[in-house]
Design a protein around this ligand. Structure first.
Ligand code: HGY
Ligand code: MN
Ligand code: MN
Length: 410
């Protein structure tokens, strides 16, 4: 019954095994396993009769131009990079379902005449390797800042070298930008949260994507012997950073709609019998209202300064990203809601607390997102899952969306 869904879920799990680590799923921007994912998806795209290319930002792009199709193309897709120890569905599901929709179009003569379709597997959305997210979609949206090429990863490899090492030429990144012949962009993605499951709903149309700020803060004290240094003579960078981490959590707990996270801590020299000399922490702040997000960021930066001052620590703060909240395109989202209703489901609309490539693509073309329920409300974790019946329904809704879009586009 759910043959397409079973195939799609199996394909996501197959791709999840293409990892930098033997026993868990980790696939950062253009690391070697990305070649395996590209080879697999390229075979799928070519078997569907798509023209396939890899752009200079590492996005894999397949174009289907059926003989009868005319007019501007619809873009479908999502990202294929992952966080460390990821699940199998964040990002990849959107690419796999895009190809399932193309296969459906080709097999269904009535729909074949609908629209030219481009499927994009974005090279980087998570921001893990170089600290900045959306590298692939920034290039496609024509918003790539060449200064990013100088950023270095944990192994001191620059982004430019990472792109060259993958066999691409960063000098051609501007060529990845979209032309004007695009109707819009649809990203199918797991919700990554508890809302749909709590309401016993399969799908939702996304209304807007939360704004987010990402910073790196470095507290600098003085490394010293843990046994011989009296407490009043210490400048302990880790104790200061720990006070800051608690302050981040307390502020977010006190402000409606605010989420703030310190997810990464790097300690130097990171030894049990040495007082930490320097600690670098991440800070991720999100809110649907940009003014409230920015006010929270300012409060937290001032708090960090006060902690450092009181403890005699140095402090450096660097902004990695400031992404405003982005509404999805109303017309496309209305088509999506109609398609959900046409599939016999309530047309639940909801905002996204996670960032997505759709928020970058929305700066260039009309963008919409379809969410699938996340069982257990868990994501960025190996337990991330999808239900067969939800995947099957998402494909049904996707086909109905294409029909409406094609009718509306004429
Ligand atoms: O962090 C995010 O919101 C997304 O999953 N990259
Ligand atoms: Mn994602
Ligand atoms: Mn993610």
């Amino acid at each position: 019954m759910n043959e397409r869904a079973q195939r799609a879920i199996a394909e996501c799990r197959l791709i999840a095994a293409m990892s930098e680590e033997p026993d868990r799923t980790t696939r950062r921007f253009l690391t070697p396993p990305t070649h395996d994912v590209h080879a697999h998806l390229r075979r799928r795209m070519e078997a569907l009769g798509m023209k396939v290319q890899t752009d200079a930002a590492g996005n894999l792009r397949g174009l289907l131009e059926p003989p009868g199709a005319r007019g501007r193309r619809l873009i479908l897709g999502s990202h294929i990079d992952t966080v460390p120890n990821a699940g199998a569905f964040d990002g990849v599901l959107g690419v796999v379902l895009a190809l399932e929709l193309v296969q459906e179009l080709i097999q269904n003569a009535k729909q074949r005449e609908l629209l030219p379709i481009e499927v994009i597997a974005f090279s980087e959305e998570e921001g893990i390797r170089f600290g900045v997210p959306f590298i692939g979609s920034r290039a496609v949206a024509g918003r790539f800042d060449p200064a990013l090429l100088a950023l270095k990863d944990a192994d001191e490899v620059t982004m430019a070298d990472a792109i060259c090492n993958f066999g691409l030429d960063p000098a051609h990144i501007a060529g990845a930008a979209l032309d004007a012949n695009v109707l819009g962009f649809l990203e199918i993605h797991i919700e990554q949260g508890p809302v749909l499951e709590a309401e016993n709903l399969r799908l939702a149309a996304v209304t807007a994507i939360v704004g987010q700020s990402r910073y790196a803060l470095t507290f600098t004290g003085r490394a010293n012997h843990a046994g011989t240094t009296p407490m009043h003579l210490r400048r302990d960078a880790l104790a200061g950073a720990a006070e800051f981490v608690s302050a981040v959590e307390s502020l977010a707990q006190s402000a409606e709609g605010l989420v703030a996270t310190v997810g990464r801590v790097e300690v130097d020299p990171n030894a049990g019998n040495v007082i930490a000399g320097a600690v670098r922490v991440s800070m991720d702040v999100r809110h649907f209202d940009d003014a409230q997000r920015q006010a929270a960021v300012q409060t937290l930066l001032e708090t960090a300064k006060a902690i450092a001052g009181r403890r005699g620590l140095g402090l450096e703060c660097s902004r990695q990203m400031d992404q405003p909240a982005v509404p999805m395109d109303e017309r496309l989202t209305a088509f999506l809601a109609e398609a959900i209703e046409a599939a016999g489901l309530p047309a639940r609309r909801m905002p996204s607390g996670a960032g997505h490539d759709a928020m970058v693509m929305a700066t260039r073309v009309p963008a919409a997102m379809l969410f699938l329920r996340s069982p257990g409300g868990i994501s960025h974790h190996p337990d991330e899952a999808v239900l067969e019946e939800d995947v099957e329904t998402a494909l049904l809704v996707g086909c109905k969306f294409l029909e409406r879009l094609a009718a509306g586009a004429r």
